[in-house]
Design a protein around this ligand. Structure first.
Ligand code: Z5A
Length: 215
């Protein structure tokens, strides 16, 4: 049983190749062990329309994508996702486990592309109306290691084709957000073996679940 009826909103973040997909399965197994009812979802995406917007965002194309167009597409997908999936789940007491959310926008469009954080914050206020993740697990890894891991994959998407400097800016934007909100963020050192990374994630989740689930 939960300490109250509200579902909790957990997000997972990090730069390329940090192991989000790998560790999402592990997080799910911990939630299941504690019998938490949850929905697994992702951004950009999570609904049919938002998945179409994801495809538009990730596809490599000849036409240069304007930074503000990219930002608006990200928030259009998020608005749909919030309305169709995230809010309804939280309102009926389900937890939501989301692969990336608005911290990714501050990191990629803010840090990476150099867009004004105030503009992002305005869109965040309009679209989220105060809703924020309750817990954000940030997997952190030196950029070169993450890129080497990610680039073993067959095809690179529009973001993965960026230069190393882009990902350095993304990483530092994530770390400075984590530093400014230590209550919400748990930073996990993702440079160790999978077992070491998962032990840290288990520690974070066990503490959080103990505080947020009543017996
Ligand atoms: N984006 C944005 O710009 N703005 C926004 O607001 C949002 C997103 C929400 C899609 O994200 C893109 O959208 C993203 C930013 C942008 N940029 N890109 N690309 P995504 O989350 O779908 O894509 P991704 O970042 O590429 O994540 P991924 O596919 O889930 O991969 P991953 O989490 O980086 O890693 P993985 O597949 O779990 O692991 C990579 C490899 O490393 C794999 O072979 C593993 O077996 C291996 N691995 C994992 N952990 C370890 C350890 N500990 N040791 C050794 N090897 C490991």
């Amino acid at each position: 049983m939960q300490a109250d009826n509200r579902g909790r909103f957990i997000t997972l973040e990090g730069t390329e190749g940090v192991g989000k997909s790998t560790n999402l399965q592990f997080i799910q197994s911990v939630l299941e062990q504690y019998k938490v009812q949850y929905q697994l979802t992702r951004e950009p995406g999570g609904t049919p329309l938002a998945e179409e917007l994801r495809e538009l965002l990730l596809t490599n194309r000849e036409e240069r994508v304007a930074e503000d167009a990219e930002l608006l597409l990200v928030f259009a997908a998020r608005a749909q996702h919030l309305s169709q999936v995230i809010r309804p789940a939280l309102e009926c007491g389900e937890w939501v486990l989301c692969d990336r959310f608005t911290d990714a926008t501050f990191a990629y469009q803010g840090g990476g592309r150099g867009l004004d954080n105030q503009l992002i914050a305005q869109l965040e206020t309009t679209v989220q109306r105060g809703l924020q993740p309750d817990l954000t697990i940030l997997l952190d890894l030196p950029v070169e290691i993450g890129l080497a891991r990610a680039r073993q994959r067959a095809e690179l998407d529009r973001f993965e084709n960026e230069q190393i400097e882009f990902f350095e800016r993304v990483r530092s934007a994530y770390l400075s957000r984590a530093e400014s909100d230590p209550q919400r963020f748990a930073v996990v050192d993702a440079s160790g073996t999978l077992e070491q990374v998962q032990q840290q994630i288990r520690d974070v989740l066990s503490k959080y679940l103990a505080e947020n689930l009543a017996n």
